[in-house]
Ligand binder design. Structure first.
Ligand SMILES: O=C(O)CCC(=O)C(=O)O
Length: 289
């Protein structure tokens, strides 16, 4: 990562690496996608309460890493691609790992946008952005491989550049895109480009897809070595699995709360602790994730 690239990344919270895949590599991946098209599943709309982003549910193609060989190869080759290793070693530090994904978004004309989310609301240090001693660091980086061209205003990944450094919550109109103050940016991409963005630290989402051709964006969710967001960490986190049934048997709920393995996207499943007014440790009923 050169000094110009690092400046752009640090300032804006996203970065587009150009022409990482050759034309032939893009064609091969797209030809495989066409053959597996009957496996596409349409989910719900990700526009939530937005008027500007309203549209149809989001189509996804699951399981690309498990396609029979050789069809999985172009997607497995993305996992540890040299360009990705070069950038992620700087962005989230050596030892980064795949936390979850890939999510393969294959929107059609009219697919809803995705309201802006992330940007540290609430602040979560393990996925936040910080820098020290001349080095940047962010806990979660999403790497989105683009198998299509998309010009300005036509939809797809969008973010609020620099929002990873914002001190204040995102105004509702910016979150929904209904009154975005000109702050939402949809980067122009060409097939073969790769978008890096600060997942969770930055306000990001998508604008509705307007092209007659399908969107083809494959998102791999990486994390710093010591961050655990979701993925399999969710399954191994319960105390009786992460430690052992005999070790945790008979523990109080407060003791058990400390025996969960690390992961952050638990949506309230992992209990937090607080000290009550009478000085005793108790499960924190007000804790939010
Ligand atoms: O590229 C997109 O559609 C947005 C993806 C997104 O918001 C996410 O991965 O959290």
């Amino acid at each position: 990562m050169n000094a110009r690239e690092r400046y752009f990344w640090d300032l804006t919270g996203y970065f587009v690496a150009k022409a990482v895949l050759s034309k032939a590599e893009v064609e091969r991946a797209n030809e495989i996608v066409d053959r597996y098209w009957d496996q596409v599943r349409v989910g719900g709309s990700t526009a939530r309460d937005s008027v500007a982003f309203a549209g149809t549910g989001r189509p996804m193609l699951p399981g690309v890493l498990e396609f029979p060989k050789p069809d999985c190869d172009p997607f497995r080759d993305m996992l540890a691609h040299p360009v990705l290793v070069k950038y992620l070693n700087v962005m989230c530090g050596k030892g980064f790992r795949l936390d979850h994904g890939p999510m393969f978004i294959v929107s059609n004309k009219g697919t809803a946008g995705h309201t802006m989310h992330g940007n540290g609301e609430p602040h979560r240090p393990h996925v936040a952005y910080h820098h020290q001693n001349g080095m940047p660091w962010v806990g979660g980086v999403t790497v989105a491989w683009q198998l299509h061209d998309c010009k300005e205003g036509m939809g797809g990944f969008a973010c609020v550049p620099s929002s990873h450094k914002s001190t204040f919550p995102t105004p509702k109109g910016v979150r929904t895109g209904d009154d975005d103050m000109g702050l939402i940016k949809q980067p122009v991409v060409e097939a073969g480009d790769v978008i890096f963005f600060m997942d969770s630290a930055q306000a990001h989402g998508a604008t509705p897809w307007k092209l007659g051709t399908t969107r083809r964006s494959i998102l791999f969710k990486y994390a710093g070595r010591t961050c655990a967001r979701g993925g399999p960490s969710q399954e191994v986190s319960p105390p009786e699995i992460y430690w052992d049934r005999e070790i945790v048997e008979g523990m109080t709920p407060e003791q058990l709360a400390l025996m969960y393995g690390p992961y952050s996207n638990h949506k309230g499943r992992v209990p937090y602790l607080a000290v009550g007014e009478e000085g005793t440790v108790q499960i924190d009923a007000d804790a939010r994730e």
